[in-house]
Design a protein around this ligand. Sequence first.
Ligand code: AMP
Length: 497
Amino acid sequence: MSFSNLGLMPELLRAVEEKGYTAPTPIQAGTIPAILSGRDVLAGAQTGTGKTAAFVLPILQHLMQGTGSAPRALVLTPTRELAAQIADNAAGYGRYLKMRTAVVFGGVGINPQIDQLRRGCDLLIATPGRLLDLSEQGALDLSRIQYFVLDEADRMLDMGFIHAIRRVLKLLPPQRQNLMFSATYSDDIRALAQRFLRDPVNVEVASRNSTAERVTQSLYRVPKDSKRHLLAHLIQDGNWQQVLVFTRTKHGANRLAKQLGDAGIAAAAIHGNKSQAARVRALTDFKNLRVTALVATEVAARGLDIKELPHVVNYELPNVPEDYVHRIGRTARAGATGSAVSLVSTDEEPLLRDIERLLKRAITVAPVPQFPILAAAAESPQTEQREAARDSSRTHERAGNGGRGGRRGPRRAQHGAGHGAGGHHGGHSGSQRPSGPPRGESRAGGAEGGQRRAGQSPGAPRGAGEPQRRDGRSEQRRGGEGRGADANRGSWGWRRA
Ligand code: AMP
């Protein structure tokens, strides 16, 4: 199969060729002819499959017929990163066409966006909240929309956008072509599809865990407090140049980025509390290899398009097993292969079991290598829990010995002996004990100079209340920063594609 068999116009074929694509991906081969023929499409495809080009290319071609200042195509997407990414792709694919693309999302002044829309655009890419704001203010005319794409529909529902989607649908003219892309098909997704798709062509390129099959996955069993030391070791010892690290909370992302920085690894955090400028800078530095480790929360990482990302690390396992598949889908994109490493502490065993159930297989347990314990900036688990619950955007932390900010640079206290070498985790009972000390957990001896062997318990179990927040509620919560993530978000821009 080649792109020239799909019915695309020469200007698009040229742009695709210049991108270096030699053949359409399965989702592109499946959807592009259907979209060009005017059919509604329900596509099961996750990020990394080439889904953006699958809808952008045929829509650009459709848009060449007709003009007008109001947008004629609308792509609704859950996050500003994804919106910006789609706009970038549209600019690239449409470089030989006269096409105006605008992208709008929340968190910045609305007036420049109003001005921009007044000047006119053909393709509008938007997150739901800002789109509705603009429409309510009379700044956006959606009555000319002929092509509507709901991208990452499952994410939209996860993030609580269902009411916003319904409101947007009511603003669109009844005569239009609809495309819906979703990585997973829950009952809610099917219900949503039935609501607005008409006799759709179904394209499901692969099962939802197909990406997972291309990724080399492994896990290390490691006490929570040793994770950062092991991660620093893996990055340095493996000479990793580019690694995306997932934490569960924004504060955790800030803290880990700082700790890695203290260990001599160029690191940056990216999450919803960061300004758009800071996020763009972090991402650019990461893409240009000026930053080795990009530490991200789930939501912030969505829509990041980093080609051939070689390493993804789950510093903490996600609460929702599907998120694991999404996370590791950041590597092994568009046919490449990559490695995904998870650092799993005892309290995360139930999450691991859920993930393995979804994957229908066990993740390989790697022997924990010897790694140095860095002496600076150890914290009590209670402090950690409190701060995670607060999830503030502070970047500084209290050093374990009362100092501020810890030491600069790694102090190699002692090389630790790995534990669990070759061990299989299957025998672990893994039962969740919300208020008791997790079995096998140990505190880092960092504040006292890190004089213990990595991976080894010092004997005393962690204090009661470890897995609990200060308010007694479980720290495990779904989509920590997801709900309404469109609010308070970044900048906007437009491009002539
Ligand atoms: P997406 O699933 O849209 O996020 O795309 C994932 C990555 O695949 C992006 O970096 C695209 O540039 C790339 N890509 C899209 N289509 C192709 C193709 N036909 N061949 C190679 N790479 C592609």
